[in-house]
Design a protein around this ligand. Structure first.
Ligand code: ADP
Length: 247
């Protein structure tokens, strides 16, 4: 009985992995198809209008960014799954983490005329963790805020240093999340069926990977949202002592 159950479970895992690979391949194909067709039109010399040319280059650039984000998330997932719980831990300076994550979304926020407000402490605390994975997690919250907030909205990014915790807050004045969708947003491949959300490109992996990374660091994430008004994510990380060498 035990071995049958084990085989059934292995089959289910294999099936989930197959589905995941199909999903990723499909997600990679969409931006590549559009990069290829826009660049072909430009190369054929069919486009004379300079404004239109500019728009085509912008689309190619945005699609390349989309590919980079997807590959980054896929690599993080495979690193976590293959490496088990082995994080590449070190001292993480949160000024670097916050500024670098913000820099990754600044161009797209500017294009949408968003106000990007930051509330940072005078003295930044340190965290112990895997800096590349932490950066992937924070960028996913920020890029969602930009993606799902219509033009002229406001994104607020705060870092709060508490006694035993470092808290990141990402708030937006965007589309919000419905009560029906809210329990599912951290599941792999979940995307809302709301056409306004579907209008934005996405793979449904961002929040799943972000929450995995946060939990691997002993942290927690909470979300509050009002459809039509905006969304607020609260991410808490415990402060840990970091000793170099043996004590
Ligand atoms: P993706 O953005 O690629 O669809 P995510 O895993 O990052 O995937 O997010 C899952 C879903 O959660 C999104 O499709 C969207 O429905 C919802 N969501 C996440 N962040 C926000 C936000 N800031 N505002 C509105 N909806 C959001």
């Amino acid at each position: 009985m035990i071995s049958i159950r084990k085989i059934t479970r292995e089959k289910a895992v294999e099936e989930a992995q197959r589905e995941f690979i199909t999903h990723i391949a499909h997600e990679l194909k969409t931006p590549l198809t559009s990069i290829k067709s826009y660049s072909e039109m430009l190369m054929d010399g069919d486009i004379d209008d300079p404004e239109m040319k500019k728009e085509f280059y912008n689309t190619i650039n945005a699609e390349a960014d989309r590919l980079t984000a997807l590959i980054q998330n896929t690599l993080s997932i495979s690193r976590i799954e293959m490496g088990g719980l082995a994080l590449n831990k070190g001292l993480v300076k949160t000024d670097w983490l916050a500024e670098d994550s913000l820099a990754a979304v600044e161009t797209s926020a500017r294009k949408k005329h968003h106000i990007l407000e930051k509330n940072f402490p005078e003295v930044f605390p340190n965290l112990v963790g895997d800096k590349e994975l932490l950066r992937v997690a924070i960028i996913n919250f920020l890029s969602n805020a930009v993606k799902y907030t219509p033009e002229n909205g406001k994104i607020t990014f705060s870092l709060i240093d508490l006694n035993d915790m470092v808290v990141f807050e990402v708030s937006d004045t965007g589309l919000g999340i419905s009560e029906d969708d809210l329990p599912h947003i951290f599941k792999r491949s979940f995307r809302s069926s709301d056409p306004q959300i579907r209008d934005q490109s996405g793979s449904g992996l961002g929040l799943a990977i972000a929450s995995e990374i946060i939990h691997l660091h002993g942290g927690e994430v909470e979300v509050e949202s009002r459809p039509g008004e905006g969304t607020h994510f609260l991410i808490r990380f415990p402060k840990e002592d970091y000793y170099i060498g043996k004590q």
